[in-house]
Write a protein of this length. Structure first.
Lengths: 422, 520
């Protein structure tokens, strides 16, 4: 589905001709784009939002397998207690339960919009943050990584037609384009979407822009592409009044960098610019000491994550049904070692949980082929991986992002359907 | 940096075609030739543009880098944070080899007097960790400690006469990265920078590894201070091998656990202690059992000495020589050092026992540089380098250097601000895909929007006529610009009616935003 750009689109005219309730209600929002694409409503392609939890998040705390009693042997001081106990888990399915700090996500889970996948990850043996982030963002195992330096989302975009104008297909709300997006056409890093404009005096901006455009048109990758993408992005973002953006349903985002990223992402998605991938990361999960699963660093991070995603869920559950064209994937490079370490923290581990949120997610369930935490089942002391994370991505890309070239996106990998989408 | 992609990201076919057309020579390039801009400069432009295509084979135009080994300008580009009239004059007076030697021995040259005066106004730089804790941290003034170190780093990068030392301090600060915002690192980093990184930046790698392993900032950041016999914490042990010495893939998970045991009980004095931050070995927390590390048996009761032995094994390991040599080559010469070049530098690394000046001499050996394809020599300046290069070229008045901390933060390069132990990436892809923050910095810098900074464009441009503004701006910036970029800037100047400081500022700012000024 391609859409011809309509730069001349006039908001007054739009209001005049579109009396229909939902559209008009949205159009009266002051932050709405002054430029829009015709006919994007009802697109079957989702915006995929990637939330990478950098540092190796502790999936055994986030979504505790409280019914696997080995957990309490391995983690005598850190384990989340079973539901019903003080600071006990929030039951999800009679076996797994969220840590108390994840409570803000219970409504999304109960509404069937949030699924947890457990004992997942990349089956590579490495316990290095940097190796595993690189491999997971590139979407390859070390055995299939040869020569690949593009990301799974980037390769997806290489193989499919743009969802919108093609001027802005991927955005990392980060200081640099993330590796997941690497290689994708029209991908930009926008640290703060509300402040992305050519600096300097307005009366010389056109001329300066012309000079910069000339210089960057002649320039090869990466600066040339980056310069031209910057202008395309400046133009598109200028149509959105982020400052006056009002989340739907009274959603309140955390007043943190991560919260602002998600709020910007929601505004971008509602503006319907045809953005296919957005990355908004949350780091700080490398908790080798004083994990603090109930009160402490881990609890605070989970709270920030959960409140952020919950606000995003609520905000997108608007009258236009925006949630129906969004899928969020929240993952980390690895989980933590099953056994707690001597510093009331955890060292680098292996299997982890992964969260998927969206309007077409088979939510309200924990998808897992639980390997157990029994000593013989552990992988070098860590939770084993029974579901390759690419199974989940492959299904989302196929069902929600019109991807038809999984062999290109995940070379050398044959995914198994895990029923994550509806 | 092994953590980031080693190969440039494939460019999409559309932009590849566009640049190929450009390289064939356009009307504007012919026009430039006719207007008398020298062939060397044009060739330099070709080289940079071809090189930036990375994975593509060197085309017919990939003939030369901007400057070559043997030419002092090459060193100015590679071992300083940027060209300035005084720097190039000095380098050319000494010649290639003597200038390198001078920079390898920075203690023998006089430091910039203005820099010394500016540093003297930052009292926390010379205090002990105990003093910092008592006088600042305990009274909620931690931010002063943090900001003064960042400011000092920026000032030294801009103004120190020992520019190579500053480049190496930046390198080692990333190699042994500690997150300056993390807990006690906020004040322990000051001593680590002063007593560990700076004195050893041009010293011996073994000393650096040993000193870093005992520095409070690292002990805290990677948790080795709480790595106990009864309660091991393997965070530091792993990163010591993966990031500081061997490189990933050169050790087993068992080695990680054994090294953690070997280094258990390595601690530093806490805040209440008069020598807060000082290293000490705590035998009560040391694992006295026998260990096997990298295949070598460590008998029981090895004490502190077994840790020192393990550090020496790591520093002297051939994999370390190769890993660090490749990283240094990436830092100073090329994103893709050919394996024979890595091997020859690694040999010097091993044979010299990790003597950093010997390694740097090997890297800047004229024959070695000549063995690297000219098209793969150009390197993108990281934001810190970019910022310093603009300051060094324009010689502004700066009364509030602390303002540059925020400027760097906006460009994603806050000093010591990388949140992971692998340090800021050294990668064309990571830094090259985000240009707007650089443009914004250039505009703010030239326009005087950074508080306390003023660039005197009247003086810089003098009586330059409007028709030569872009050429003059290129001179101010050390002749770094491609002719195409100069032409585009001049076209802008031609389109403006009035010659005044506003136009001069716009021309300087556009020149600083030019793609060619982002590279060395």
């Amino acid at each position: 589905m391609t859409h011809a750009p309509r730069f001349e689109f006039d908001r007054r005219r739009f209001l005049g001709t579109s009396a229909a309730g939902a559209a008009a209600a949205i159009a009266t929002q002051a932050w709405l784009p002054r430029v829009s694409w015709a006919g994007t409503a009802g697109t079957s392609r989702d915006t995929i939002v990637i939330v990478f939890l950098r540092g190796g998040s502790d999936g055994l705390t986030m979504c505790a397998p409280y019914a696997d009693l080995n957990l309490y042997t391995l983690r005598p001081t850190l384990a989340i207690q079973p539901p019903g106990n003080p600071n006990g888990a929030l039951d999800l399915d009679g076996f797994f339960g969220f840590a108390p700090a994840m409570a803000p996500l219970m409504p999304a889970y109960q509404a069937g919009n949030l699924a947890v996948v457990h004992a997942t990850g990349l089956m590579d043996p490495s316990r290095s943050h940097f190796d595993m982030q690189r491999l997971m963002e590139f979407g390859v195992s070390s055995a299939t990584s040869g020569g690949i330096s593009t990301g799974w989302a980037g390769r997806t975009m290489q193989t499919i037609a743009p969802a919108g104008s093609g001027l802005l297909r991927g955005m990392a709300i980060e200081n640099s384009v993330s590796r997941s997006l690497a290689g994708g056409p029209a991908c930009v890093a926008v640290p703060d979407p509300a402040n992305f404009a050519l600096a300097g005096q307005a009366n010389t901006a056109l001329g300066r822009r012309a000079a910069l455009t000339t210089m960057h048109t002649a320039e090869p990758f990466p600066l040339g592409t980056a310069g031209l993408n910057a202008f395309a992005t400046i133009d598109l973002l200028a149509t959105i009044d982020f400052v006056n953006y009002v989340p739907a349903n009274g959603a309140v985002y955390p007043t943190t960098s991560f919260g602002r990223k998600l709020e910007s992402a929601a505004a971008l998605i509602k503006a319907d610019l045809g953005i296919e991938f957005i990355e908004a990361d949350l780091g700080g999960w490398d908790q080798h000491n004083q994990l603090g699963p109930i009160t402490g660093t881990m609890a605070n991070l989970m709270d920030e994550l959960a409140r952020g995603l919950a606000a995003f869920h609520s905000d997108l559950s608007d009258v236009a049904g925006t949630l129906g064209r969004v899928t969020v994937v929240c993952m980390s490079e690895f989980g933590r070692r099953a056994q707690e370490n001597g510093s009331a923290g955890t060292d680098h581990g292996h299997g982890n949980c992964l969260l998927v949120l969206g309007g077409h997610v088979a939510g309200g369930q924990v998808i897992s082929s639980w390997p157990t935490l029994a000593p013989a089942s552990l992988d070098s002391g860590d939770l084993a991986i029974t579901i390759d994370y690419r199974d989940i991505l492959a299904e989302i890309l196929t069902d929600r992002a019109a991807c038809t070239s999984l062999a290109t996106v995940f070379p050398g990998f044959v995914p198994t359907d895990r029923g994550i989408t509806t | 940096m092994h953590d980031l992609e080693d190969r440039p990201v494939r460019e999409d076919s559309a932009s590849s075609t566009a640049s190929a057309v450009e390289l064939e020579g356009t009307g504007s390039r012919r026009g430039l030739l006719a207007s008398g801009i020298g062939m060397a400069a044009v060739l330099a432009g070709f080289a940079r543009r071809s090189a930036a295509q990375g994975a593509q084979p060197a085309g017919p135009h990939a003939r030369a880098a901007r400057s070559l080994a043997g030419v002092p300008r090459f060193l100015v580009d590679r071992i300083t944070n940027g060209w300035s009239p005084a720097t190039i004059e000095h380098a050319e007076a000494l010649g290639y080899a003597a200038y390198l030697e001078e920079q390898l021995n920075p203690d023998a040259i006089a430091e910039d007097a203005n820099l010394l005066a500016a540093l003297a106004a930052l009292p926390t730089l010379t205090l002990t960790s105990k003093q910092l804790y008592d006088q600042y941290v305990a009274v909620n003034q931690t931010a002063v400690v943090v900001n003064e170190l960042k400011t000092a780093t920026i000032l030294r990068g801009m103004y120190s006469t020992g520019q190579l030392r500053e480049r190496m301090v930046e390198f080692w600060s990333d190699h042994f990265s500690v997150d300056h915002s993390d807990g006690q690192v906020q004040w322990l980093k000051t001593a680590e920078d002063r007593d560990v990184i700076r004195p050893n930046a041009l010293g011996n790698f073994h000393d650096l590894v040993r000193a870093d392993a005992r520095s409070a900032a690292m002990l805290y950041y990677l948790d080795n201070y709480r790595n106990f016999a009864s309660a091991p914490n393997e965070n530091y042990a792993r990163e010591l091998m993966e990031l500081h010495t061997l490189g990933v893939g050169q050790y087993t998970e068992t080695d990680v656990r054994e090294l953690a045991r070997i280094l258990s009980g390595w601690q530093y004095r806490p805040q209440a202690n008069a020598i807060h931050g000082a290293f000490f070995f705590n035998p009560a927390q040391h694992d006295n059992g026998a260990k096997t590390f990298l295949g070598v048996p460590f008998p029981a009761n090895g004490g502190e000495a077994e840790g020192l032995l393990a550090l020496d094994m790591l520093a002297a390991h051939p994999a370390t020589a190769e890993f660090v040599s490749r990283k240094l080559l990436r830092w100073l010469l090329t994103y893709n050092p050919p394996q024979p070049v890595v091997d020859s530098v690694a040999r010097v690394f091993r044979n010299s026992g990790g003597d950093i000046p010997s390694v740097l001499r090997a890297i800047f050996d004229v024959d070695l540089v000549a063995a690297i394809p000219a098209a793969s020599l150009p390197k993108l300046k990281r934001p810190f380098h970019y910022m310093c290069s603009l300051v060094r070229a324009c010689a502004p008045t700066i009364t509030q250097p602390i303002r540059y901390v925020n400027e760097l933060t906006t460009m994603g390069h806050r000093p010591f601000g990388w949140p992971a132990p692998n340090g800021y990436p050294e990668s064309l892809e990571v830094w090259g895909q985000s240009v707007l923050p650089r443009w914004t910095f250039a505009t703010r810098f030239v326009d005087g929007a950074i508080q306390g900074t003023s660039v005197n464009v009247s003086q810089l441009f003098g009586s330059t006529p409007k028709s030569a503004l872009a050429q003059r701006a290129n001179q101010i910036l050390g002749g770094a610009l491609d002719p195409e970029d100069v032409a585009a800037v001049q076209a802008y100047a031609d389109s403006v009616v009035l010659l005044n400081d506003t136009l001069r500022r716009d021309v300087l700012e556009l020149s600083a935003q030019a793609p060619s000024f982002q590279y060395v």
